[in-house]
Every structure is written in C-alpha cells, then in structure tokens.
Design a protein around this ligand. Structure first.
Ligand code: ADP
Length: 292
C-alpha cells in the first residue's frame, strides 16, 4: 500500500529509530477503521487507517490511550504517532498479541483502580469520538448538566436529524427534564473512564494480563463505564465481584445502568440505524417508569 513508506517515516521520526515496513497484515474485528499489523526492523506496530478527515479522531484516540496509561492501572497499547496525507489519516500504537479473556478478577480490580483517578470536573480537555460520532467533553463541574447537554441531549438531537422523531423524542424530552431524580441521593465523582467499554474493546495479552483499547475517554461517573460492560453481554461474575470488593457500587446503579446505556443505544442508532431506535425508546420508557 502506498501509505506505508510515509507511515514508516512518521514512526522513525517519533521513535528516533529507523523503521521500514517489510510486512503488513490486515486485522479484522474493528467497527470503524481499517486495522493492520505492520512489521519491519524487528518491530511490530498496530495501525488504524481512515480517510484523512479523521486525523482529529486519531489524535484524540492517541491522547486518550496516553491518559489511560497515566493511571497505571490497566495495560493499554501505548501510542506512537498520528499523521495524515492527502487520502489517509492514521494512528500507530504498540502491537499487542491479543487473545482470550485472561484474568477477569484482576481486570475488575484494575478497572476500580483506574476509576480512582479523578478530576475536579467532568469531561476532558479534548473532544473525541464514540464510534465515529463526535463526543463533546467540554468540562463542567455539574455532572447532571454535563450529561444532559453533551451526552443524552446530544444524541437525541442527532437522532432527530437522522429522522427519528415522534414518541422517542417526546419520551426523550421527558427524561431530559426529570432524570436528575436519579441522583437525589447519589453524587458521582469524576473518574477516568474508558468510555466505550464493551467486550469488543477488552482482551488479554500473551501473559493473560487484561488489556483495554479503542477508548472514548472522559472523566465521569464510573457507573457509566460499568453499565457499558453489561450492554452487549456482561464480563462475568468474577469481574463484577472483584470490582465491587475493590470499590462497592451504590444500589441506585440498577436504574442508572439502563439510563446510562441509552446514550450508547442512541449512538448505535445514529451510526447504524435500524432497530436501535425502538430499543432506545423502550429503555427511556423503562427509566421513566422507574424514576417516578
Ligand atoms: P475500530 O476503531 O475500528 O473499532 P479497534 O481499535 O477496535 O478498531 O481494533 C480492531 C481490532 O484490532 C480489535 O478488535 C483488536 O482485536 C485488535 N487490536 C486493537 N488494538 C490492538 C493493538 N494495539 N495490538 C494488536 N491488536 C489490536
């Protein structure tokens, strides 16, 4: 592929060590980008490619991986460089030989440790993406306002622009007005979140150590990360037991779990369309009826 020599130069500059690509291998499993393992000079790197307009997305991903790494809690691929030419943008990171679920109890402990890294405000200094949808992170010291404006409200508006009107929007508005009731006896801290922690963004390395990747980080309620782990098949009881032993969860999580996941299901509608709209509407209905 014609981009490899530019990407190799980018890597050489970033690492200060001469690199050229002898072999590239396509890697499946992603939702948004083309992914490759590239090898040369005794080194392996993992590269994601998209069209050149996506450089900002990759820069935010690299910064997000760095922020997760700084918590020193869970292994993440370390970013190497980002760049673009007239047709492609890329992010290059450490290649990790991934496979299997590894030690789920250790992962539960490590996620709780990562959530202990906190910030004075919710959000982050940079916007990023969730899938390929923009995710606005403008810092706010009020979590409810942050979620109303930049999470639930943002996705509802996008859904309206994508043709989803009627009862979903009406129920969505009711939820926007009333969801502060879910926080009557609960004040979340602004924890470092992975932000897109479904099972496809978790694996383990050759030693069985947990690895997380493909983040959409920001500082927010840790329950939002836990909720996402339960959205497309949970992570198993040893993970949850270990997390709860490290840092117990408030009983109100049961309702807030569905509430937080509405964001991701609306985002799935906005990315992929189809039945996600009715799933989101059912979830909104269920939270409305439980938060009366
Ligand atoms: P997308 O942004 O398109 O969703 P992902 O970041 O999820 O792509 O990566 C696609 C797949 O590549 C993942 O499912 C995982 O199996 C693998 N992968 C991700 N990061 C690495 C890495 N640093 N090293 C090796 N394989 C990786």
């Amino acid at each position: 592929m014609q981009h490899w020599s530019t990407i190799a130069d980018n890597i050489s500059q970033a690492t200060g060590k001469s690199f050229s690509v002898d072999n590239s291998q396509s890697i499946g499993g992603g939702c948004i980008n083309e992914a490759f393992r590239i090898s040369g000079n005794g080194q392996d790197y993992f590269v994601k490619l998209h069209s050149s307009a996506y450089l900002d997305m990759f820069e935010a991903e690299a910064a997000g991986l760095q922020e997760l790494a700084s918590a020193q809690a869970i292994k993440v691929p370390l970013p190497v460089c980002t760049g673009s030419n007239s047709s492609k943008a890329w992010v290059v990171m450490e290649y990790i030989s991934l496979g299997g679920r590894g030690n789920m109890a250790l992962f539960g402990q490590q996620l709780a440790a990562m959530h202990r890294k906190t910030s004075p405000s919710f959000g982050w200094h940079t916007d990023n993406t969730i899938g390929s949808t923009p995710q606005i992170n403008t810092p706010n010291i009020d979590w409810i306002n942050f979620w109303r404006e930049h999470r639930l409200g943002y996705q509802l508006e996008l859904a309206a622009r994508n043709g989803c009107s009627g009862s979903l929007q009406r129920k969505g508005e009711r939820l926007m007005e009333s969801f502060d009731m879910l926080f009557t006896n609960y004040q979340p801290e602004a924890s470092l979140l992975h932000g897109d922690l479904w099972s496809g963004n978790y694996s383990s390395d050759a030693q069985g150590s947990p690895v997380i990747f493909d983040p959409a980080i920001y500082y927010g309620d840790r329950e939002a990360d836990l909720a996402m782990t339960e959205l497309f098949g949970g992570f198993g009881s040893s993970f949850y037991d270990a997390y709860h032993d490290s840092w117990p969860i408030d009983p109100g999580y049961k309702v807030r779990k569905t509430f937080y996941n509405i964001y991701h299901i609306l985002n799935h509608f906005n990315l992929f369309g189809g039945g996600y709209a009715s799933q989101a509407e059912n979830m909104i209905g269920s939270v409305l009826s439980e938060s009366k």
